[in-house]
Design a protein. Structure first.
Length: 94
C-alpha cells in the first residue's frame, strides 16, 4: 500500500524523522547504505499526538540514541525513521 507523506500521521509518543545521511562524501566517495543506517542526526517532519511541542517540534534537528529502535518507512522513494520519543538523546535548536 502506497501512502503519501502528507496523509500519514504518527500516533502516540513517536516522531517521524528524515535521516540526514548523505549518499556521498564531499570528496565524492560513495557511502554504503549499511553505514548510513547508523546516522544519528535527523530532521523531525511529523510528531505523534502525545508528543509535547515543548520537547520537540516539526523542523527540529534531533540526535537519535539508537536508530535500531525505530521503524524505517518510505514515502515517495525517500526513507524516514519513526522512533519513540524516549530514544532521542537531544534536540538541536537554532
Amino acid at each position: 500500500m502506497k501512502v503519501k507523506l502528507e496523509y500519514y500521521n504518527p500516533i502516540g509518543n513517536t516522531v517521524l524523522c528524515k535521516l540526514s545521511a548523505p549518499e556521498k562524501t564531499e570528496g565524492g566517495v560513495h557511502i554504503p547504505e549499511e553505514a548510513r543506517k547508523f546516522e544519528r542526526a535527523a530532521k523531525v517532519v511529523k510528531i505523534g499526538h502525545i508528543v509535547e511541542p515543548e520537547l520537540v517540534d516539526v523542523g527540529d534537528i534531533v540526535i537519535i540514541g539508537d536508530p535500531k529502535q525505530g521503524i524505517e518507512l518510505e514515502f515517495a522513494k525517500e526513507k524516514y525513521l519513526q522512533v519513540p520519543i524516549h530514544s532521542l538523546l537531544g534536540v538541536v535548536k537554532e
